[in-house]
Design a protein around this ligand. Structure first.
Ligand code: DX5
Ligand code: ZN
Length: 220
């Protein structure tokens, strides 16, 4: 069953609680929470204090840390109640250690890869992560167009995980909408982040239902 994670980045910030509850009511599985530091990515977004409040609004929080030295903040986001914490492979010198730190804090551990990063960097941490996050845009901003060349990477990671008997989630982030979702799920994605397309949709439930139907159609 495909998991859907609305990205808070695209919500109306003056009504954050209602915006999260609206997505929970529409059938979303997680709240995707984009943390940006103005250094790893050009933009600045939200921190751990808001994450703690967001975690009380009905959806488990999937924290995507687009920050340098993410190990400095792992414990803070775990204490804030995040369920998944994902760090970028490019943002730490010690990916293996960071993943262990996330699990030790009681969270699911994720590794995110920028569009130009090879999936090979996952090979020697197979078994140490619960989720691989494939960026299909350059991180930093919502509302960008999916980079088609990144889709092949999802297939490669699917093959690597299946070959190793690893059942980690493959999450895809960037430019996801009802037109791009089918090819991403076909390539092996099991969780989709949707920001601007989902929050901007006239009917969030219809958007989520459409993607679930596309996923079901693929299985039958
Ligand atoms: C981009 C973020 C994404 C973003 C996706 O840096 O990681 O989660 O919010 O937004 P859309 O779905 O609009 O591409
Ligand atoms: Zn994200």
């Amino acid at each position: 069953m495909i998991k859907i994670a609305p990205s808070l980045l695209a919500a109306d910030y003056l009504r954050i609680g209602d915006e999260i509850r609206r997505m929970a009511g529409a059938g979303a599985d997680y709240l995707h929470y984009d943390v940006m530091d103005g250094s790893f990515v050009p933009n600045i977004s939200f921190g751990q204090d808001l994450a703690k409040r967001a975690a009380t609004c009905g959806l488990p929080v999937d924290a995507h840390l687009m920050i340098v030295n993410p190990e400095k903040y792992v414990d803070a986001f775990a204490e804030a109640g995040c369920k998944i914490i994902t760090v970028h492979a490019e943002a730490t010198n010690h990916l293996h250690r960071a993943l262990q730190q996330i699990r030790a804090a009681g969270c699911l551990a994720g590794v995110a890869l920028n569009p130009a990063t090879s999936p090979e960097c996952l090979r020697y941490v197979l078994g140490d992560f619960d989720l691989a996050l494939v960026m299909t845009v350059n991180p930093g901003f919502g509302g960008q167009k999916l980079i088609p060349g990144c889709v092949k990477k999802i297939t490669e990671i699917r093959r690597m995980l299946d070959g190793a008997g690893c059942d980690a989630i493959i999450e895809v982030d960037g430019g996801v909408n009802t037109d791009t979702a089918p090819m991403l799920m076909k390539a092996g994605a099991t969780m989709l982040v949707a920001g601007s397309a989902l929050y901007g949709a006239p009917d969030a439930k219809a958007f989520i239902d459409t993607i679930r139907r596309q996923s079901d159609d693929m299985l039958h």
